[in-house]
Design a protein around this ligand. Structure first.
Ligand SMILES: [Zn+2]
Length: 409
């Protein structure tokens, strides 16, 4: 009989042997952390090493998740702009072109500050609301959707017929450089139209922002006016069969992190609303997320839960914090081990060695733990132990077929 599946994804959990402190030398954070629950899952299940995208390839969380969800990035990856936009909660279609955007400062034609102000939580939503729905002058069939996200950032999408994402953005990427003019990247009429519309839109946005009372006041107080929006990472969604259609299952993703929500949304997972204590950062309340998983199991065949804090600690090169985050996840997942009616799948999405402070190419430890199937000899969730497991080393696109076949058994 089929069984429901919970996938525990520990972002950036894989690591390399640490060099310090001396008592930790030669061991990885997973080997140092006290993880009775993760080890119990490994002991009850079959283990292996997964290459989230491909052997020897360092990957982003977005491409890794796409591939683990069974959507090969070479066919379905549509760029960070799209995922951040979807993750912020904006609905876009494959016809629209989405951007990752900043409120910035322009003087004449020079972008003096690419980030007008990092403390923009009050003003950002007001200015995003002002710009939302703007019709682009000279392009009566094109308008924009704008949504404030975090700090100086907002998500923008151009909506209308005959658009293309084969254009360059307007962000000079460095302060005190001229604003870039968007150019088409191919010879289609759609790319030409979109680049022209984006250049016109940039001027219209500045016209609207320049005289807004928020900017009049900011200038009066000697602050940088937010009189420009920079457009970067243009992308359109690829036509994508949703998970319900592709696999015939009902799936939910528990993740507060915008980019993961965006990837999940792009392939049609449901995204249950989470309490604000689930922050998507190192301060996230992991127990609240596990409670959300248990709730979702009433309704869904497959529940995927993403733990981000481990990766954040790795990017800071803080091995002590990484160990602490791993132990926090371990404590939070205890209620899931009591469920003998659920298959647990456990892996990372890439390694993020503390010594490198960045994503790296190593394969990551994987466990498939089925209450009514046999286990292998592995008894600890670590890089070295899982490498001895029965599943051996395999690519990430093998994971969903395994899960789906178990749900439908
Ligand atoms: Zn990641």
């Amino acid at each position: 009989m089929g069984m429901k599946v919970v996938y525990l994804l520990l972002d950036g959990v894989g690591d390399c042997p640490l060099q310090e402190p001396s008592e930790w030398k030669g061991r990885t954070p997973l080997e140092i952390a006290k993880t009775p629950n993760l080890d119990a899952i490994a002991a009850r299940g079959v283990c292996g090493m997964v290459d989230p995208v491909a052997p020897g390839k360092a990957c982003g969380s977005d491409t890794a998740h796409l591939n683990l969800f069974g959507y090969p990035p070479e066919q379905y990856y549509v760029g960070r702009g799209c995922y951040e936009t979807l993750g912020a909660g904006m609905r876009i279609t494959p016809q629209d072109v989405a951007f990752k955007s900043n409120f910035a400062t322009i003087e004449g034609t020079t972008v003096t500050k690419r980030r007008a102000d990092r403390s923009f939580e009050h003003e950002g939503p007001i200015l995003a609301g002002l710009l939302d729905g703007t019709v682009i002058p000279g392009f009566p069939d094109l308008s924009i959707k704008v949504m404030y996200t975090t700090e100086h950032r907002c998500a923008v999408a151009i909506v209308g017929p005959g658009l293309s994402d084969k254009i360059t953005g307007t962000d000079p990427l460095v302060d005190d450089r001229p604003l870039c003019v968007s150019e088409p990247l191919d010879s289609t009429a759609e790319a030409r139209k979109t680049a022209d519309a984006l250049n016109t839109l940039t001027k219209e946005v500045t016209r609207k922002l320049e005289t807004h009372p928020i900017n009049v006041e900011r200038r009066a107080r000697g602050k940088n006016p937010a009189n420009l929006v920079l457009f970067r990472g243009p992308g359109s969604l690829a036509p994508t069969p949703p998970v319900a259609e592709k696999y015939g299952i009902k799936g939910a993703v528990i993740a507060p992190t915008a980019i993961i929500r965006g990837v999940a949304e792009s392939v049609g997972f449901d995204l249950p609303k989470l309490p604000k204590e689930a922050t998507g950062g190192m301060d996230s309340d992991f127990k609240v997320k596990v409670a959300a998983v248990l709730d979702a199991l009433d309704e869904y065949d497959f529940v995927f839960v993403h733990f981000k804090g481990i990766d954040d600690a790795s990017h800071e090169g803080d091995s002590h914090e990484k160990v602490r985050q791993i132990e926090r996840v371990d404590a939070a997942i205890a209620p899931l081990l009591e469920r003998n009616d659920v298959v647990l799948v456990l892996s990372g999405d890439h390694s993020t060695p503390c010594i490198k402070k960045d994503h790296s190419f190593e394969s990551v430890p994987f466990v498939y733990c089925d209450p009514v199937a046999s286990a292998d000899a592995v008894t600890a969730y670590t890089e070295k132990e899982c490498a001895k497991g029965d599943m051996g080393r395999f690519p990430g696109d093998r994971v969903m077929p395994l899960i789906v076949s178990r749900i439908k058994q």
